[in-house]
Design a protein around this ligand. Sequence first.
Ligand code: PEP
Ligand code: MN
Length: 347
Amino acid sequence: MLVVMKKDATQEQIDHVIEAIGRLGLSAHPIPGAQRTAIGITGNKGSLDRNILESLDGVLEAIPVSKPFKQVSREWRQDDTVVDVAGVKIGGPHLVLIGGPCAVESLEQVRAVARAVKAAGGHLLRGGAFKPRTSPYSFQGLGEEGLRILAQVRDEVGLPVVTEALDPDGVGLVETYADMIQIGARNMQNFSLLKRAGKSRLPVLLKRGMSATIDELLLAAEYVVSEGNPNVVLCERGVRTFANHTRNTLDLSAIPAVKGVSHLPIIADPSHGTGRREKVLPMARASIAAGADGLIVEVHHQPERALSDGHQAIYPDMFADLVEQIRRLAPVVDRDMHPPVEVPAAG
Ligand code: PEP
Ligand code: MN
């Protein structure tokens, strides 16, 4: 249920409604808006009697939230959420481009790729230190050493860092070194991980599971938000289908579908979505055309030597071309490119 206050409601009336919700044994979530305040209610088992709420002073109306997800729904909040990642704002008027290797392999590798991403106009650096590999015999990532490399390159090059945490303990490590926590497709419904990320001060990049519906993706986001962290960016990275011309099927229709029912930003990952270098650029363009708030793309200066996902990593010059093409495409969807952001060097 969402209680919408009148435009001229006083703070006293708002406080009174919050107290009344508390007395019913429920949780109140005030949502201040430019026009008026709304107060979301969670914790009810069945439906609530809206008359009780609508009879309180200053209340305009009480609206039932029809979706299974509440706080991430558009009914709960009409304005788009803008997530701030160390000064890079995802979900506003500007498109955000995230580039970097699949896995952190060495200082030299991350440095070379980060410099190229920055020079091309990318905004955030990606790179996994903990890799969720299908085979236990594949490269699992450098662990904390990989996080240290990312933090060093972040300060040298001036790009905030997003990197994956595989488990609740990993979130603590990512908080020490990085700017955004990635939760991967395989972990989209790892509920202890989601809850731990919900207690973090860092924003979360939540990737859609490879067989997850939109409702399941948004309920996973609800886990993070309901623990107190409102800063979630969703990511469409492809789902498993019968198609064998690509690694996954990048479900572009998920982008407008999510935008319709949620206020959270959504970006696309045309790298995992296709699995093939030559398909990344066309699907990147298509993602932005479909309304994505940005892209996350795997870039490697020597993809033939990459320890993971080399086939889908684009070369630095291809990333520069991608940035340029997205810059030209942006006005068609009433967007522009996010301005460059300087990360203050570590003191
Ligand atoms: C990745 O970003 O490198 C990754 C493992 O992605 P996903 O979780 O989408 O497979
Ligand atoms: Mn990868």
